[in-house]
Design a protein around this ligand. Structure first.
Ligand SMILES: *Cc1c(COP(=O)(O)O)cnc(C)c1O
Length: 347
């Protein structure tokens, strides 16, 4: 597969904007910077941030065992996903494939970018229908989105299914690993060198506890990363985000402890949910949330809101009739949820 053949013509021909700090990189402390029209009085953020987020990437590179040339950072994974559309999907011509029920942003981004999305619903057990996906794909199918663990169902897809899709789909296969840190399955990162069409997205928003700073990560071949770099906004990750991300990534043990605590809470929550009489099914999960099937999702959703508990109602999603998605909280939060559900049983 030749990645160059997948890139939009106008992007291939693009001459990227060259920022002041792109043109000069040999920064040392004793230099005088009169190139970017900044206010010279120091306050910690008076200078433009590093456009390539070098220090954040170095840490990620060490933690994830991936070269920095295989990493692109964005303002949340949502920006990273948008860059993929803009680099690879010709509006009013190309299409993407999504597997509902899944993360809603793929579809929204397709609409924003005037790109068709072909939907192939997951099976009853929320597994990809591999043959059907391959049979609906055509020469304009540029991106295939695999969310694993999947939001909202919580399950991970089978390795063999993902392998088949990587080998046979003729566009890029994006594995959205937003929840990978809660899963016992291995990340696909170590297989990056094996598949030129593999793109993996991760985020600091979930397991790393930093949804507020907006930092999304894309791992892919150097070819793909370099195309995305050409079209991203020059200073797309701000200085405060870079600093906070570095602080957090330097405390891997603290993150690991929190992940273990959330996984323990998840198991406890599942055990207690089993005793609620209007919950007829608890779906297997590899993420920090649990999808459950109830008697009447709209009714239970409203009842919980009235008790001050906000969850996600997924009942309108394909295969999710009367399904609610519950995020795993702290012991106190989960206890309040369970107590409230117990009290609602009589109603
Ligand atoms: C939460 C989530 C994300 C995270 O998006 P950010 O923009 O990085 O906060 C990405 N993909 C899925 C499937 C998610 O559920």
């Amino acid at each position: 597969m030749n990645i160059q053949d997948l890139i939009r013509q106008n992007i291939k021909a693009l001459k990227p904007y060259s920022s002041a700090r792109d043109e000069f990189q040999g920064v040392t402390d004793d230099m005088v910077f009169l190139d970017a029209n900044e206010n010279p009085f120091q306050n910690g953020v008076n200078r433009y941030p590093d456009p390539q987020q070098h220090n954040v990437k170095l840490l990620l590179s060490k933690i994830k065992n991936v070269a920095t040339q295989n990493i692109l950072l964005g303002n949340g994974s949502d920006e990273v996903l948008d860059l993929l559309f803009r680099a690879f999907c010709e509006p009013h011509q190309d299409n993407i494939i999504t597997l509902p029920p899944t993360y809603g942003m793929y579809e929204v981004l397709a609409n924003i970018n005037a790109v068709d999305s072909i939907k192939v619903n997951l099976s009853e057990r929320f597994e990809p229908k591999v043959d059907e996906i391959l049979s609906v794909a055509n020469k304009n199918s540029k991106l295939l989105f695999l969310c694993s663990p999947n939001n909202p169902s919580g399950n991970s897809f089978k390795t063999s299914d993902i392998e088949t899709l990587l080998n046979r789909f003729k566009g890029l296969v994006i594995i959205d690993e937003a929840y990978i840190d809660f899963s016992d399955e291995a990340s696909w990162l170590e297989k990056l060198p094996l598949y030129p069409n593999l793109v993996i997205t991760q985020t600091l928003s979930k397991a790393y506890g930093m949804a507020g700073i907006r930092l999304g990560i894309c791992y892919a071949s150097a070819d793909i990363i370099s195309v995305l770099n050409r079209i991203k906004a020059p200073y797309n990750v701000n200085e405060l985000t870079q600093l906070r991300a570095i602080e957090r990534l330097e405390k891997e043990e603290e993150v690991a402890k929190e992940i273990e605590a959330i996984k323990a809470q998840r198991n406890l929550l599942i055990t207690e949910l089993k005793s609620i009489d209007f919950i007829s099914k608890i779906y297997p999960t590899d993420a920090n949330f649990v999808m459950v099937k109830v008697d009447d999702a709209n009714k239970r959703y409203t009842q919980l809101i009235e008790k001050g508990i906000v969850i996600r109602n997924r009942t309108t999603q394909p295969g999710c009739e009367n399904a609610l998605r519950l995020t795993v909280g702290t012991l106190e939060e989960n206890t309040k949820l369970i107590k409230t559900l117990v009290a609602l049983q009589a109603v």
